[in-house]
Write a protein that binds this ligand. Structure first.
Ligand SMILES: CCCCCCCC/C=C\CCCCCCCC(=O)OC[C@H](COP(=O)(O)OP(=O)(O)OC[C@H]1O[C@@H](n2ccc(N)nc2=O)[C@H](O)[C@@H]1O)OC(=O)CCCCCCC/C=C\CCCCCCCC
Ligand SMILES: O=P([O-])([O-])O[C@@H]1[C@@H](O)[C@H](O)[C@@H](O)[C@H](O)[C@@H]1O
Ligand SMILES: [Mg+2]
Ligand SMILES: [Mg+2]
Length: 219
């Protein structure tokens, strides 16, 4: 949904910054790498200590690099298969750090086994959701479905909640409950998305196999 409706807006807003980086000789790959490193640092330094406000601020400052790198590549006319591979692979690394950071908090100071398990489920299901599309496309299927929540939704739901939950440390009472709520939403949403994608791949695979069998029989 965000990919469909918010991308155009962010492309307009971020294009001048992307052009500025290109003029300074920065490459899209460097932005991809630096952005991932920043997200990982924010997630793994702050989240395991329950510092959700500052963790979210650091992550948010870097996570938009994921929109800037592709924007730069397209502006410069240097979009590449390697860039696409690097971008998607490092998305998985960044997501692992974010949900891993939540899990580490609940395994330690947050002291909640159920929420630790929910965070691990968010991590694993997010990776599998992405994998269904990548694997489906690699075997030649269109995988014409995005599903209920894609990566952008998973991140916005979790990070907005984490940022506000972090205000608890500044004295706002009760607000920390937002993070568990968000994790449950992402967990259930990812499960639904996974089912939507698997069902689509199953149908597309059956149609493709049937079409191949028909054309083989005809020849
Ligand atoms: C009071 C505070 C309230 C806060 C409210 C905040 C609300 C949330 C605000 C904004 C949400 C923004 C969402 C934006 C989503 C846009 C949708 C989207 O596009 O998602 C996908 C993208 C990137 O995908 P991808 O990497 O595939 O695209 P690219 O454009 O990069 O293209 C890839 C191709 O480019 C080529 N290429 C790439 C790289 C390379 N090196 N070489 C190349 O050649 C190649 O061809 C590739 O194939 O974006 C994301 O997924 C990122 C999502 C960002 C999510 C933001 C989360 C932050 C949200 C909230 C933080 C709030 C903090 C609140 C604190 C509160 C404190 C009180
Ligand atoms: O499939 P998903 O994880 O929900 O969503 C994602 C896509 O929206 C994104 O464009 C791509 O670069 C990511 O690597 C990821 O695959
Ligand atoms: Mg990107
Ligand atoms: Mg990306």
């Amino acid at each position: 949904m965000l990919n469909k409706y918010a991308r155009a807006f962010f492309t307009r807003v971020l294009t001048p910054f992307a052009a500025f980086l290109l003029r300074r000789g920065v490459s899209p790959d460097a932005v991809t790498l630096l952005g991932t490193a920043g997200v990982m640092a924010g997630a793994l330094v702050f989240f395991p200590r329950g510092e959700f406000f500052w963790g979210t601020i650091v992550i948010t400052s870097f996570v938009f690099s994921d929109l800037v790198d592709g924007n730069m590549a397209r502006q410069a006319g240097i979009s590449s298969r390697w860039g696409a591979f690097l971008d998607s692979t490092l998305d998985r690394v960044a997501d692992g750090a974010i949900f891993g950071g939540f899990a580490l908090w609940y395994a330690g100071g947050g002291d909640d086994n159920v929420l630790c398990a929910v965070a691990i489920f968010c991590l694993a299901s997010g990776q599998v959701v992405s994998y269904t599309k990548a694997r489906g496309e690699s075997i030649g299927l269109p995988v014409a479905v995005n599903g209920l929540i894609e990566r952008a939704e998973r991140l916005v739901i979790s990070l907005v909640a984490a940022g506000f939950a972090g205000l608890h440390k500044f004295g706002v009472p009760g607000i920390q409950v937002l993070l568990p709520i968000a994790l449950w939403i992402v967990a259930v949403g990812s499960l639904i998305t996974l089912v939507q994608r698997v069902v689509t791949v199953r149908r597309e695979a059956a149609e493709a196999d049937a079409a191949a069998a028909t054309s083989e029989a005809a020849s």
